[in-house]
Design a protein around this ligand. Structure first.
Ligand SMILES: [Zn+2]
Length: 264
């Protein structure tokens, strides 16, 4: 379902059953920007069908928030310039070497290069797989990039993240909206889901420097400032508890967690 935050910002909600993350849309007077092109050809086409009903400027830019397959495999369906940071670009280049036929996909799954869920989605939601080849990025940036969509500025920044090293967030200052992609999540290594502690506080600091009132997340859709603050507080309390020298002290850290305005 396409949701409207205000007259210039929309998002298509995530759909966990199909491993589909949120797709964002920011519209200026001249151009529109899409944030993450979806996990497949079908996902991208479903999004394009939704926005075909809007009166908006052409999609001139497309930014990929990080190099996880579910955030970029739909990119060929868009005509705009593809924007990535240099780390995400390396991951896209790796994917350009892959073949999408059944035998190859199975080999990637067997060698743990690809998850079986990813293979399943590729098989069911990308047609013409024998000729499928991902387009290359058009604009590659290092730390940050500013786009002017026509009276609508968007700031793209590569931040420290507990999810991936290549996380890009997108801030729209006029509207106090921050697109986080998956940057605020942890990651799974050897079947263990975790947040890397040394990155947690720097990441929260990077995100809190923006005066955002609304946050669009890859697999949650929209959160307001209060919801994000509760999330940060829980993570900070957990981090402090991990540093505690006893269970008693750890429990006190949870009890002492502030209810708002964390100051990492
Ligand atoms: Zn991710």
């Amino acid at each position: 379902m396409l949701n409207k935050i205000n007259s210039s910002i929309y998002y298509l909600s995530n759909d966990d059953a199909k491993e589909r993350p949120t797709i964002g849309l920011v519209c200026g007077d001249k151009y529109s920007l899409v944030i993450d092109p979806g996990n497949s050809v079908q996902h991208a086409q479903d999004f394009l069908k939704e926005i075909a009903n809007l009166t908006i400027p052409q999609v001139e830019y497309l930014v990929i928030t990080h190099g996880h397959w579910d955030h970029f495999l739909g990119l060929n369906e868009f005509g705009g310039k593809i924007i990535v940071n240099s780390l995400t670009n390396q991951m896209l280049k790796n994917w350009q070497r892959y073949s999408f036929e059944d035998d190859s996909l199975q080999k990637y799954v067997d060698s743990h290069i690809m998850s079986s869920k990813c293979m399943e989605i590729i098989k069911s939601e990308i047609s013409m797989r024998d000729s499928f080849f991902l387009n290359s990025a058009d604009i590659i940036f290092e730390e940050s990039l500013t786009l002017d969509l026509g009276n609508k500025i968007c700031t793209l920044e590569t931040i420290k993240s507990t999810h991936t090293e290549d996380s890009t967030i997108i801030y729209v200052p006029d509207d106090n909206v921050l697109f986080l992609g998956d940057s605020a999540y942890g990651k799974t290594t050897n079947s263990l889901f975790h947040y890397k502690q040394s990155l947690l506080l720097p990441m929260i600091k990077d995100i809190l420097k923006y005066d955002a009132h609304y946050f669009v997340l890859g697999h949650e859709s929209l959160c307001d400032l209060d919801e994000m603050n509760v999330y940060w507080e829980e993570l900070i309390a957990t981090s402090k508890a991990t540093d505690s020298t006893s269970i008693d002290k750890a429990m006190k850290q949870f009890e002492a967690a502030p209810l708002s305005n964390p100051h990492p």
